[in-house]
Design a protein around this ligand. Sequence first.
Ligand code: HEC
Length: 117
Amino acid sequence: MTRSIALLSATFLLVTSAAYAADKAEREAIKHGKDLYNSVGCSQCHGWAAQGGVAGPTLLNPSSTANFITQLRGPRAVMPPYTSKVLQDQDIADIYAYVATLPKAPDVKKIKLLQDD
Ligand code: HEC
């Protein structure tokens, strides 16, 4: 009995510390993505909270890391390209992870002041 309780506790500790480590790694990736988002210029065009700006659309509906990589390596229109000399695929994945944590803009129809009388 005591043995199985000890075994159960050990398993619990192992599982929770593994989850904690994974959680920590994820938080570090997001923090890294945030630092890059601001340091390599994304925020200049897409806004400090990815809300969009004069020079770039909002990124608050991010689709996937793969689409981010495609856009950054070969932008569709006027956005400057980012080669792997500037950002590795993992860096882009971290930027994506950061942007995916940002709160979405509210639905315009739910903002009273923007409704017609
Ligand atoms: C000089 C301004 C500028 C900078 C800097 C810039 N972008 Fe863009 N971005 C744009 C514009 C303009 C578009 C619209 C499509 C195009 O021009 O290719 C765009 C499009 C995108 C899209 C596609 C969005 C969609 O809805 O289709 C993604 C994703 C994106 N940018 C991510 C980034 C990231 C991440 C960075 C930083 C590593 C960055 N951009 C830096 C201007 C910029």
